[in-house]
Design a protein around this ligand. Structure first.
Ligand code: GLU
Length: 504
């Protein structure tokens, strides 16, 4: 039975890298008819941020990654919020102590620093709390059992540390990376239980993965260094470990380092699924949703960051991803984030929508502009612009002139296209237009082109300023389709207004 979990810590807004981890877990679960679980890892009180859990839940809902068990919906292995499981971790920490795999330590921060300082002075290449140093520290190895008990009863602060074995070859297997070998001498006696009464990530994480019967741990590469410790913890508890798959990092567009909020701010793209305001600093971050991305596009973007189908197919629905996903096709190397490609994915998914759907999505934008329009007219505008937009908003920014006359004219366009004789030509053109009875695109095109030729003018001399007058800029959809849609009366009105307002 496949059971996987997404286990974010509520320390701020969910990064898209986290959302990708959730997606890959989800795809793996659905593909294998398994369960996808949401577990909130909130045992780090220092880093806890109010609202972050709600943000995670809302993000998953927005992109449609529905989980089978989780803090808000419950399930057979709950509770799914680690802060509600603390007693359990305490109990299991005791088990490790009894087995000799863990011990109490009473060292103060100053004493720990002094130890590191001594090692640095002795030119030791590593400064670890381990078999070499624990004998000189204040812990179960150097204190008698009675002393340990006394200190705890007196309310002295203590931690519980893992008793890392000396010189042990640890071999871990990762589905994506293969075999990884680590010598335990490079690892330290990690704190499993903190002096604040909460477990650390490592202890809580593996206890939960075991108790929740997780079959595969699929998570970001940044957790790979923790894997040897986790494997030893399973050994200590005499539990069968799950299988592990560590996903590649999402890299900056230039490939140098991990994708960060700064990169997004600098280059103009979101790195979070939803808008977020930091409750302490008030700092704001933009989200894909508010930016105008479709949730299905976000899914598609994330799926291609580190996975590929092995074919040329790039556009996927969530259902298609479920069918084709496998961990074998997840790459080891980091996946570069490409902001242009992200927009392209959104465009591709917009194109898959029907005119009616697009109109529905565009209506709120029109309403916010105070525009009321006829449905049939709206549909035709959408059809004309559909291939030119990457975001719904752009039906307005690239097509407002279908709903109201331009309020200004593009300066560059004017400079290029508005010549001495242009006003005169435009007024003559207006006369010509008023004589066209069959005001349909094809006919307008035929009649106007004939007219231009008969006047021995060039098309660009006439049609570029005409476009400027009607829409305010010089590029847009097919000119004659646009004229037909805007209508003869309005086109004439805009020519008149433009000619009288544009100063030479
Ligand atoms: N709480 C960890 C995180 O924030 C979970 C890591 C894991 O999946 O083991 O990413």
């Amino acid at each position: 039975m496949v059971r996987v979990r997404f286990a974010p810590s509520p320390t701020g807004p969910l990064h898209i890298g986290g959302l990708r981890t959730a997606l890959f877990n989800y795809l793996f679960a659905r593909k294998n008819s398994g369960k996808f679980i949401l577990r909130i890892e909130d045992t780090d009180q220092m880093r806890y941020v109010p609202g972050a859990e709600e943000y995670i839940v809302e993000s998953l809902k927005w992109v449609g990654l529905d989980y089978d068990e989780g803090p808000d919906i419950g399930g057979p292995k709950g509770p799914y919020r680690q802060s509600e499981r603390v007693e359990l971790y305490r109990k299991y920490a005791q088990v490790l102590i009894e087995k000799g795999w863990a011990y109490y330590a009473f060292d103060t921060p100053q004493e720990l620093e002094d130890m590191r300082q001594r090692l640095r002075q002795a030119k030791s290449s590593v400064q670890l709390y381990n078999h070499l140093t624990r004998g000189e520290m204040k812990n179960s190895f150097t204190l008698t059992q009675a002393e340990v008990k006394e200190r705890i009863e007196a309310g002295e602060k203590y931690v519980i540390r893992f008793n890392m074995p000396a010189d042990k070859q640890i071999i871990v297997h990762d589905i994506i990376r293969g075999e990884v070998k680590v010598n335990s001498n490079t690892l330290d006696d990690k704190v499993l239980f903190k002096s604040d009464g909460f477990p650390t990530y490592h202890l809580a994480n593996i206890i939960d993965d075991h108790l929740m019967e997780i079959s595969h741990v699929i998570r970001g590469e940044e957790w790979l260094p923790s894997l040897p410790l986790h494997i030893l913890l399973y050994e200590a508890f005499e539990w069968e470990p799950p299988k592990f798959a560590h996903l590649p990092l999402i890299l900056k567009p230039n490939g140098k380092g991990k994708l960060s909020k700064r990169d997004g701010d600098q280059m103009g793209f979101p790195v979070f699924p939803l808008d977020w305001t930091d409750p302490k600093t008030g700092e704001k971050a933009r989200g894909y949703r508010e930016w105008g991305y479709l949730p299905e596009a976000v899914i598609n973007i994330l799926a291609m960051l580190g996975w590929n189908p092995g074919t040329d197919q790039e556009i996927f629905t969530l259902q298609e991803l479920i069918e084709q996903f496998s961990l074998d096709r997840v790459q080891k190397s980091g996946a570069k984030f490409d902001p242009d490609k992200a927009r392209w994915f959104n465009q591709q998914h917009l194109r898959k929508k029907s005119t009616q759907e697009l109109a529905q999505m565009f209506l709120p934008v029109l309403e916010s502009q105070g525009i009321e329009t006829d449905e049939q007219y709206l549909f035709r505008v959408i059809e004309l612009l559909k291939d030119r937009v990457e975001f719904i908003e752009e039906f307005w920014t690239k097509g407002f002139y279908f709903f109201e006359p331009p309020r200004s004219y593009d300066a560059k366009g004017l400079k290029k296209a508005w010549k001495q004789q242009t006003p005169e030509i435009m007024l003559e053109l207006k006369e010509k237009i008023s004589q066209i009875d069959d005001f349909t695109s094809e006919n307008i095109e035929r009649e106007l082109k004939q007219w231009v030729e008969s006047k021995e003018l060039s098309f660009s001399k006439v049609f570029t300023p005409l476009r400027l007058l009607v829409q305010g800029s010089t590029s847009g959809p097919h000119l004659f389709d646009m004229l037909e849609l805007i209508g003869k009366k309005e086109v004439i009105r805009r020519i008149e207004t433009g000619v009288s307002t544009i100063k030479r």
